[in-house]
Design a protein around this ligand. Structure first.
Ligand code: UGA
Length: 444
């Protein structure tokens, strides 16, 4: 199929590269000319494992191209994906201007029947607004369909999630959603062709209404966020009650009703999705006059969670003024250089406020961190480089390379052998045996 993907961020680029890889003819479109230029030259503008190779291959094999020309991309495509940013701001619950601009372009340039598939995370009712926009802006009555196809990929695993998703949710306009699971119709068949790699592997394509699809996206992220805040709150209880959250969650996660994933206590959830989507859900709830009390608690727990690390640090160093604090890992999770809503930033801001000397190292995100903090921090060449005479080491992102470090070397380098393990990576008994002062999250 001939496909245009608008927006070349994490979701858009993964969609474009993935669809090209399974044989479709894809054009990635973005208004950022520098980004398009870099993609045309086979360069991925962010860190995502495996993306570089697949991008280069699909460009060379002529299934994938990039352009800033919306008109041409729309006219030569049967399907237009919208994966542009829909940020949350103080003024509006979600800024839909980029999404509605793609809808307007679609209306203006579409010259034959086409499908508009929205992948941007947008509040419930937006697909209807997209359809209204297209209808209003059209000069001719060219037939079209609006479909909602929320994305569930995780940064750091984006391609893996594209090729092996748990499910594909497809919200169809009224009329086509009815009986779509029983009775094949044209739209449903097209969606199956589009995602044939998934359908052929037996992964479910779940057809539903537009609004349900939109709600499923928020509900899924909010549920994941709830699991994390649940364990983070339980971690505080474990600390006081003489337990270890790691062992407690191990004892829970084998129950399939609870599930094995997203039960790791830590410094709180960050990234561009969970915090934003939870915020949007809360604000939409307010508009709908539904208080969403549980969601509010999930957010409150998460807002406070990063500061646990500071509390633990201050148990040993009540005054952090002038203390050297070494930080391992700043990205919001491993395998990404993304710092959006990264809890590390709240922690580093607080340390700077308390006048600590902060030295950081991250295997991938250091360059981006430097753009934010500049000369206010010291940046290490490697993990050990920042440990000399350090008064504490904070582990904030569980990159693989931090999982089995040379503790003897660490001990020799540090002035005070204090490790605050924000991700519960290390074995407390082993570290205490090596005479470290160890503090994890939820481990008494
Ligand atoms: C999240 C969802 O997992 C994806 O399904 C969704 O598609 C995506 O948002 C989105 O809406 O675009 P992502 O933001 O890449 O994906 O990150 P996650 O892997 O969900 O991690 C989010 C945060 O939770 C990270 O800061 C991570 O460290 C934290 N986390 C995760 C925990 O603290 N404990 C856990 O057990 C799991």
């Amino acid at each position: 199929m001939r496909i245009a993907v608008f927006g070349c961020g994490y979701v858009g680029l993964t969609t474009a590269v993935g669809l090209a890889e399974i044989g479709h003819q894809v054009t990635g479109v973005d208004t950022d000319a520098a980004k398009i230029h870099s993609l045309q030259n086979g360069k991925v503008p962010f860190y995502e494992p495996g993306m570089q190779e697949l991008l280069a291959r699909n460009i060379t094999e002529k299934r994938l191209q990039f352009s800033t020309n919306a008109r041409l991309a729309i006219q030569k495509s049967d399907v237009v994906f919208c994966a542009v940013a829909a940020p949350s701001s103080r003024k509006s619950i979600t800024d839909l201007s980029a999404v509605l601009k793609v809808a307007s372009d679609f209306a203006l340039y579409s010259d034959s029947e086409k499908i508009f598939i929205n992948k941007s995370t947008v509040p419930v009712g937006t697909s209807d607004e997209i359809a209204r926009t297209i209808r209003t802006k059209q000069t001719k009555r060219t037939p079209f369909f609006v479909v909602s196809n929320p994305e569930f990929l995780r940064e750091g695993h984006a391609l893996k999630d594209f090729f092996h998703p748990d499910r594909i949710v497809i919200g169809l306009p009224e009329g086509s959603a009815a009986n779509a699971n029983k009775e094949p119709n044209r739209l449903k068949l097209t969606m199956r062709r589009l995602f044939r790699h998934v359908a052929k592997n037996g992964i479910p394509l779940l057809f539903t209404s537009l609004r349900n699809a939109e709600i499923i996206k928020y509900a899924s992220n909010a549920f994941l966020a709830t699991k994390i805040s649940f364990v983070n709150e339980l971690a505080q209880f474990c600390e006081k009650a003489g337990g270890d959250i790691k062992e407690v969650t191990n004892g829970m996660r084998h129950d399939p009703r609870i599930g094995i994933h997203f039960l790791d206590a830590g410094i709180g959830f960050g990234g561009s999705c969970l915090p934003k989507d939870l915020g949007v859900l809360l604000r939409t709830g307010k508009t709908a006059r539904v208080p969403l009390r549980l969601m509010k608690s999930v957010k409150d727990i998460n807002d406070a969670q990063p500061f646990q690390v500071i509390e633990k640090l201050r148990k040993k160093h009540p005054r952090l003024n002038g203390k050297k604090v070494a930080v391992w890992g700043v990205s919001f999770k491993p395998d990404t250089d993304d710092l959006r809503d990264a809890p590390s930033r709240l922690i580093v801001d607080k340390l700077l406020k308390l006048k600590a000397r902060v030295h950081v190292f991250d295997p991938v995100a250091l360059g981006n961190f430097k753009k934010i903090y500049g000369a206010r921090l010291e940046y290490g060449k490697d993990a050990y480089d920042i440990l000399k005479d350090a008064d504490a080491l904070l582990l904030l992102t569980e990159w693989n390379e931090f999982s089995s470090p040379d503790f003897k070397r660490i001990k020799k380098l540090m002035r005070t052998p204090l490790i605050v393990d924000g991700r519960n990576v290390y074995d407390p008994a082993e570290l205490r045996a090596q005479k470290f002062i160890y503090s994890g999250i939820g481990r008494s």
